[in-house]
Design a protein around this ligand. Structure first.
Ligand code: HEC
Ligand code: HEC
Length: 335
């Protein structure tokens, strides 16, 4: 470790020896590093203006795409209001971003890898990825807030009415729009970039490489950053429950009675997740037969009885959950 004292001593020795050059610069660098104090997370959060952050998210997308944009919108808004420790982040200021856009210059910042669902692989929506990273930096309640944000995203209309309005009235911060039309809206039913973008393209008739699709995601990045800040503001006031609660989709809740991260493989705990199951798994018929073969430890239900129950399953989700409670009651009774 280099303390101020040892640094000065080293400097003296170096000066005496006449070794002033790269060694000197290295020493200065080491010194500078010891002087910077980086506080542990979470960093201080102050109430932010939701609409300001929405516009920052849209601007951020133009410079860094969805993940970098949503992350930057929240972090830069905090840096503008709080200063240190956000001054430690290697992110450009709003002025620098606007200047870079004017000059068509590329900027390198945090979370850009998340673009297009991570490097264009279309997995987790980048706006969610960037916003969740920001949330994690500023709140102890990041898991709850993140769950609320993700579930909201599955059910929200994108782009929002607000974002469509800002764009059509040229009230966002960008000077030149990819498109200033009021864009068609869609519900993604998924946190995945792939599903979100594909659904929107299908609804709108725009191709994934069109300026309109890109503009849709810019507005979405603003909407997601704004929602994250709305939740963080509520969290700061201790009023998170007032803006909503996290609940699984009805289907997911029923599937998760068996399919969750657990140790009972036979019961269905060979998968995990909180996503809306019904977005992808629709045909539950083969599933019904699978469950028929299921042996619940401690039950003595006859094969005929189970098969009869299985035959009654017509792929209706409620029926699957019903079978579960049936098996549960059997297993309880035999204990
Ligand atoms: C009553 C417990 C239970 C519930 C509720 C349940 N599952 Fe399953 N599921 C299982 C078990 C156990 C298996 C493995 C059965 C096997 O392969 O023999 C399974 C298998 C599956 C499979 C593997 C392929 C197949 O069809 O066999 C899928 C996909 C699946 N479940 C999805 C779902 C979804 C989606 C829901 C909610 C709509 C759901 N499950 C609800 C217990 C359940
Ligand atoms: C984005 C689409 C998607 C969503 C949402 C989704 N799944 Fe899946 N799931 C898949 C795919 C794809 C597979 C792999 C299927 C395969 O390889 O046959 C899979 C596999 C599974 C399997 C194992 C299937 C097997 O063959 O053994 C289970 C069980 C399962 N999912 C349950 C669920 C549950 C429960 C939910 C909701 C919490 C859910 N899935 C949400 C797409 C999805």
């Amino acid at each position: 470790m280099v303390t101020r004292r040892s640094f000065l001593k080293t400097l003296g020795v170096l000066a005496l020896g006449g070794v002033i050059g790269s060694t000197y610069r290295d020493a200065v660098k080491a010194f500078a590093q010891t002087e910077v104090s980086v506080p542990p997370l979470p960093w201080p959060y102050v109430e932010l203006d939701v609409e300001y952050v929405r516009k920052m998210g849209h601007l951020g997308y133009y410079a860094f795409e969805c993940a970098g944009g949503a992350f930057w919108a929240i972090m830069e808004s905090l840096r503008e209001k709080v200063g240190y420790p956000y001054t430690l982040l290697p992110i450009p200021t709003r002025d620098e971003v606007e200047a870079a856009l004017d000059e068509g210059k590329h900027l390198h910042t945090l979370m850009q890898y998340g673009a297009g669902g991570a490097l264009g692989w279309a997995s987790l929506c980048g706006a969610l990825n960037g916003a969740a990273a920001a949330i994690q930096m500023v709140s102890e309640n990041w898991k709850t807030i993140g769950d609320m944000l993700f579930r909201w995203y599955e059910t929200a209309l994108f782009p929002s009415d607000k974002s469509n309005e800002y764009a059509s009235k040229h009230e966002f911060f960008v000077k030149k729009y990819k498109s200033d039309k009021v864009l068609p809206q869609s519900v993604s039913h998924s946190i995945l970039c792939h599903v979100s973008v594909s659904n929107w393209c299908e609804v709108s008739g725009y191709a994934s490489g069109s300026p309109e699709r890109s503009e849709r995601c810019a507005r979405l990045a603003g909407d997601v950053a704004a929602k994250a800040v709305e939740l963080l503001n509520a969290d700061l006031r201790g009023e998170l429950e007032l803006v909503g609660t996290f609940t699984y989709s009805q289907t997911t809740a029923s599937c998760r009675t068996c399919h969750f991260k657990g140790t009972n493989y036979e019961m269905g705990q060979f998968t995990r997740g909180k996503m809306q199951c019904e977005t992808c798994h629709t045909d539950m018929r083969p599933h019904a037969h699978s469950i028929v073969r299921l042996e619940v430890p401690g039950t003595s239900s006859s094969p005929e009885k189970t098969v009869a129950t299985g035959a009654a399953l017509t792929g209706v989700i409620g029926a699957v959950a019903g079978l579960w409670s049936y098996m549960r009651s059997k297993s309880k009774g035999s204990k």
